[in-house]
Design a protein around this ligand. Structure first.
Ligand SMILES: NC(=O)c1ccc[n+]([C@@H]2O[C@H](COP(=O)([O-])OP(=O)(O)OC[C@H]3O[C@@H](n4cnc5c(N)ncnc54)[C@H](OP(=O)(O)O)[C@@H]3O)[C@@H](O)[C@H]2O)c1
Length: 196
């Protein structure tokens, strides 16, 4: 399959690309580093990305920023950024992208554990992650031509904890998380939230 991976240069995206590369043609996209660039927070940039790439079988998003900070510190700008980037960025990948996806293709978006299991500091992140999951369940009912859509909801990833020198033991290896994206792409589920 020809598969767009948005966030292909990130911790999760790199592992997804590695897991898929033997069997699929990957179109690597990221904000600043990949050969093809997109800014999820900019609707026109998402539209241009699809024009550049053309028809594909699937789109995987392993990207999207939301602000982690206590409620009392979250500003209007923090909420606006979180909604525009991780939420509407991924929603726009689907809204603007489904005409570029072939019959029976798929979308896989990324939410996150904090959507269902909040923690102090997570109001904006939990808001966005839960909204991504709600969108996926509803969009699955309406996408045309047999196109499927799922979300992967990662918990802490070992490599993410390791990078700043934190205790990696509560984290899941990123290669394990990547398998949830493979399952979404190669399986037949739709409207599902996959919890690696
Ligand atoms: N890592 C974790 O423990 C964890 C846990 C739960 C959920 N998640 C979620 O998983 C997703 C990916 O996380 P990650 O840890 O792999 O992130 P990461 O290592 O920071 O990588 C982020 C990726 O997204 C791209 N990106 C950044 N801003 C973008 C924008 N405005 N438009 C398009 N692409 C953009 C980056 O591109 P450049 O490299 O070109 O800048 C990079 O490829 C995030 O939504 C995160 O919330 C992660």
């Amino acid at each position: 399959m020809r598969v767009i991976v948005v966030g292909a240069t990130g911790t999760i995206g790199r592992a997804v690309v590695e897991a898929l590369t033997p069997r699929h043609e990957i179109v690597a996209v990221s904000h600043r580093q990949a050969p093809i660039r997109v800014d999820l927070a900019d609707r026109d940039s998402v539209a241009r990305m699809y024009e550049t790439i053309g028809q594909v079988d699937a789109v995987i998003s392993a990207a999207g920023r939301a602000r982690f900070a206590p409620l009392r510190e979250l500003t209007d700008a923090d909420f606006a950024m979180s909604l525009a980037n991780k939420l509407m960025g991924q929603v726009n990948l689907v809204r603007l992208g489904h005409p570029s996806v072939r019959d029976g293709g798929s979308f896989t978006l990324t939410s996150g554990y904090l959507g269902r299991y909040p923690a102090p500091g997570s109001p904006a992140v939990s808001l966005v992650n839960a909204a991504v999951e709600g969108f996926v369940r509803a969009a699955a009912l309406e996408l045309p031509r047999g196109i499927r859509i799922n979300a992967v909801s990662p918990r802490w990833i070992r490599e993410t904890l390791q990078a700043p020198g934190r205790d990696p033991s509560p984290g899941l290896p990123v290669a394990v998380v990547a398998q949830a994206y493979v399952k979404s792409l190669e399986g037949n589920q739709t409207g599902a939230v996959l919890d690696p």
